[in-house]
Design a protein around this ligand. Structure first.
Ligand SMILES: [Ca+2]
Length: 376
């Protein structure tokens, strides 16, 4: 059963309130009280380490989370946020949070294909299914089907190219990843770009577009262990030209210019040839760029960062162009080890003024989403 406080359908967009994200700067207000007409779960939480407001966005008693630190799950106009939530049967749904009304609505039940991505115009969300991709209209919930002409596979890790006319994805089998593929959003020009050989490469993880013609992805050995290649980044072009980036890089994010890769787990930033441009060994975790391509965040936690470190359990903001570093907020991650990742995800809004992060506050085995203002 789904959490009954959450509405099955997306709230009518005409109900958009005027408060906008600027409403975050006010302390707890009347909108934080749930009424039968509201599915908002928003409450004021606390002040951040730099004195800005931190808002709790979800209060479902089960895990609410961000799919991964990339791609960006804020809608292109930053009015909505896509997230995942599990019900008491641990079945995942893809939900939309309206950042104007704080209303939460179910977009799609999604047992496996969760890792959706926004269309460029923000009108649709692409969701991977079995041998197909659904383009779901977020207002009408109408579904357009993009059939993937392949043998039986789950379609996962969806990403959209910068121009917005092409999707890339992983074709997943029962226990392995089969191929990295791409198709245009109109269903034409399907291409299988890289096939896992099932000898040294069993997983093809976290593919993302560097630009319209180039894709960054990772290969991993069997059981995701360190045999074979593990977290080895490759670039591949749409016509199949494959280049190994000669370093290790994981939990990465590519900056908006497509010329720097933040290797969050490894504590450095590299260019597309693997040259280290900046190192920050005192902290590593999940990383994400701000839209200006200069600032970035790291969720320092909890395995790579020693407990005595000032960055333990913190979301830290840094800049590529300077030595600026500060702690924005404690994410209080006390993560359930049964979760896929032991580190929380966090993302900048598309205007860079806010971060949404996930946190398992008070060790309740119940992750929730929080929104924090980033200082100017
Ligand atoms: Ca929750």
């Amino acid at each position: 059963m789904k959490n009954t406080t959450r509405r099955e359908l997306i709230q009518n967009a005409s109900l958009l309130a005027l408060m906008g994200l600027a409403g975050c700067s006010s302390a707890p207000d009347s909108t934080s009280v749930n009424t039968p007409e509201s599915t908002s779960e928003k409450t004021f939480y606390k002040k951040s380490d730099v004195g800005t407001d931190v808002i709790q966005l979800t209060s479902n008693s089960f895990h609410d989370g961000i799919f991964y630190q990339e791609p960006n799950y804020f809608s292109p106009d930053s009015s909505k946020f896509l997230f995942k939530s599990a019900d008491r049967d641990a079945k995942y749904g893809i939900y939309l949070l309206d950042l104007n009304t704080w209303d939460i609505g179910l977009l799609k039940n999604s047992p496996l294909g969760w890792m959706p991505t926004w269309s460029k115009d923000g009108k649709e969300v692409y969701v991977g299914e079995h041998s197909k991709i659904l383009a779901i209209n977020i207002k009408t919930l109408e579904e357009r089907t993009i059939n993937i002409p392949t043998d039986s596979s789950w379609i996962t890790f969806l990403h959209l190219n910068p121009s917005g006319d092409r999707l890339l994805f992983i074709e997943e089998g029962q226990k392995t990843h089969k191929a990295l593929s791409t198709i245009k959003t109109d269903g034409s020009d399907y291409r299988k770009l890289f096939i896992a050989d099932q000898e040294t490469v069993f997983f093809l993880d976290h593919p993302t577009f560097v630009d319209d013609n180039t894709i960054l992805f990772l290969t991993r050995g069997e059981n995701r262990n360190f045999r074979g290649d593990f977290n080895k980044p490759y670039l591949i072009t749409l016509d199949g030209k494959l280049t190994r980036i000669p370093t290790t890089c994981s939990h990465y994010d590519v900056n908006p210019n497509g010329d720097k890769i933040l290797c969050g787990q490894n504590g450095y930033i590299i260019d597309l040839e693997g040259n280290k441009l900046k190192e920050f060994p005192e902290i590593n975790g999940h990383g994400a760029w701000a839209p200006d391509g200069d600032a970035f965040l790291l969720t320092g936690d909890p395995i790579p960062v020693p407990k005595e470190s000032q960055y333990f359990g913190k979301i830290v903001i840094m800049k590529f162009s300077s030595d600026e570093i500060y702690s924005l907020v404690s994410h209080e991650s006390t993560y359930d080890s049964s979760l896929t990742h032991t580190q929380p995800n966090a993302q900048f809004s598309r205007d860079g003024k806010h971060i949404i992060y996930e946190s398992d506050r008070n060790q309740m085995q119940n992750t929730d989403l929080y929104l924090v203002e980033v200082p100017e």
